[in-house]
Unconditional design. Structure first.
Length: 462
């Protein structure tokens, strides 16, 4: 073991000095030494040898530098979305509008009037302004905001159906991302799952038969991430609302957009997600995510009748689920953008929904023409594609789009190209279809083409 360099000499080594605080750097050095002890037992008991010591020093330093890089560089950073999935959950769903980013940079490094009304000096609810904006934009009686839509549903069930039945159609027992299933959320929230109907057919009589003194609430969940076709039947909110009941009717919409803000150029099944007074009058509580069609950050928005919202607000669980100051600032500023007529264009993700296929085709072709004179070992070709919404929203939505096929004359496979672009800086996320590597231009943002061009030139020279 005499061949292993001492920790102090390693701490002062030029390659390691200043990389981290000394006590933390020493911790990483000890970890690498322990790894060496486990993997090189036979060589550690030899007599002192300069070459052996030098080799071990190099191994330790290499290992420590890799650990330092993991700790300091493996953070959340910008990527280029060429996947054609607009609300790509793995890529953070909706990009935040630039005006919101600027607002944050001007205010986050100071104290904030988070829970105080400056005019009166009195304490207020931290989401007071955001709630008022949501009520104004939707005509809802009242509003509550928590940290995501699953949290919204958890709070609702825990408040109104603790140890009571939650009535829901079997055809609406959805599974969302990460293997989370609605039945599990219902039970974890303290509710008792009461399935009615069948996978493909649920009738109003199923709801009537299920209602009893043990019912806590009726839950309707939008089938936003799948579709059932053929011999089907469903019950609308109006019909369920007309049932004689003293318990709340809750609608988990999943995703939502305000009325009058989505001026789509292509035919889209979007009407189900437009929140307005007409929808709200047929139910007691509505919940949805803020980071899907709304174009903001992860948050769960609950709209509905004031008497029910007030009960949610006094549930101790609400304290555990409320938003932090940064999230509130982002949500407030995003909601304020909806007060302007032209606000839709300020949302980087949402404006893709108004995409013009002809303009995209021209953009792809102009990009190819611009790069072609500088490229020798790659073939760039336009291709018709179809972008999708993603994020568990509107499963049957497909937007006609255009993309770029990148082919290598050096016989690089589509998987090799995919890896190269994914490891570029910033990372570029494309797609592989029929053994072809494609960048879908529908999901590229304004300055992404500069980074894409740089990566393509680097690939051409490699």
């Amino acid at each position: 073991m005499r061949n292993i360099p001492d920790i102090n000499s390693l701490l002062n080594h030029p390659q390691l000095s200043g990389k981290l605080k000394q006590n933390l750097l020493a911790k990483l050095i000890r970890q690498q030494i322990n790894i060496l002890k486990e993997t090189s037992k036979d060589s550690l008991n030899l007599a002192v040898d300069k070459n052996e010591r030098s080799l071990l020093t190099k191994k330790i330093i290499t290992g420590v530098l890799k650990d330092v890089e993991k700790l300091t560089n493996y953070n959340i950073k910008r990527v280029i979305n060429g996947s054609g999935v607009i609300l790509n959950t793995n890529l953070g769903r909706s990009p935040i509008p630039q005006t919101v980013v600027e607002y944050l940079s001007q205010n986050l490094n100071a104290y904030l009037d988070l829970e105080v009304d400056i005019e009166s000096g009195k304490r207020i609810e931290r989401t007071h302004n955001a709630e008022n904006l949501l009520k104004f934009l939707t005509d809802a009686q009242s509003c509550l905001i928590v940290n995501n839509n699953a949290a919204a549903l958890t709070l609702i069930i825990n408040t109104f159906s603790l140890n009571k039945d939650v009535i829901i159609s079997r055809g609406e027992l959805v599974e969302i991302g990460g293997n989370f299933r609605l039945p599990d959320i219902i039970e974890a929230s303290g509710g008792i799952l009461k399935e009615i109907g069948s996978t493909n057919k649920t009738k109003i009589t199923d709801y009537e038969k299920a209602l009893n003194n043990e019912t806590g609430l009726i839950l309707k969940c939008h089938k936003s991430n799948f579709k059932v076709l053929g011999f089907t039947q469903d019950v609308d909110l109006l019909s369920i609302n007309q049932l004689k009941r003293k318990i709340p009717l809750v609608y988990d919409l999943g995703s939502g957009i305000f009325e009058g803000y989505l001026d789509v150029k292509q035919t889209m099944p979007i009407n189900d997600f437009i929140i307005n007074a007409k929808m709200l009058q047929h139910l007691d509580l509505l919940c949805f995510s803020a980071d899907k069609l709304l174009g903001s950050l992860q948050a769960g928005i609950i709209l509905g009748k004031e008497k029910y919202i007030n009960k949610l607000r006094i549930n101790p669980l609400y304290r555990s689920l409320r938003l932090d100051k940064v999230s509130i600032m982002i949500l407030e500023k995003c909601l304020q953008l909806y007060l302007k007529q032209e606000s839709f264009d300020e949302f980087p993700g949402l404006k893709v929904l108004n995409i013009d296929k002809t303009n995209l085709k021209s953009t792809v072709q102009n990009f190819i023409n611009w790069l072609k004179p500088e490229i020798n070992s790659l073939i760039l070709r336009p291709i018709e594609t179809q972008a999708i919404l993603g994020g568990g929203s509107i499963s049957d939505l497909k937007l006609d789009s255009y993309g770029l096929i990148i082919e290598s004359m050096k016989n690089l496979t589509a998987n090799s190209l995919n890896k190269f672009f994914r490891l570029s800086k910033p990372a570029i996320i494309g797609q592989i279809q029929h053994n072809q590597y494609i960048i879908d231009f529908a999901t590229l943002l304004n300055d992404d083409l500069t980074y894409l061009a740089k990566a393509i030139k680097e690939l051409d020279l490699s």
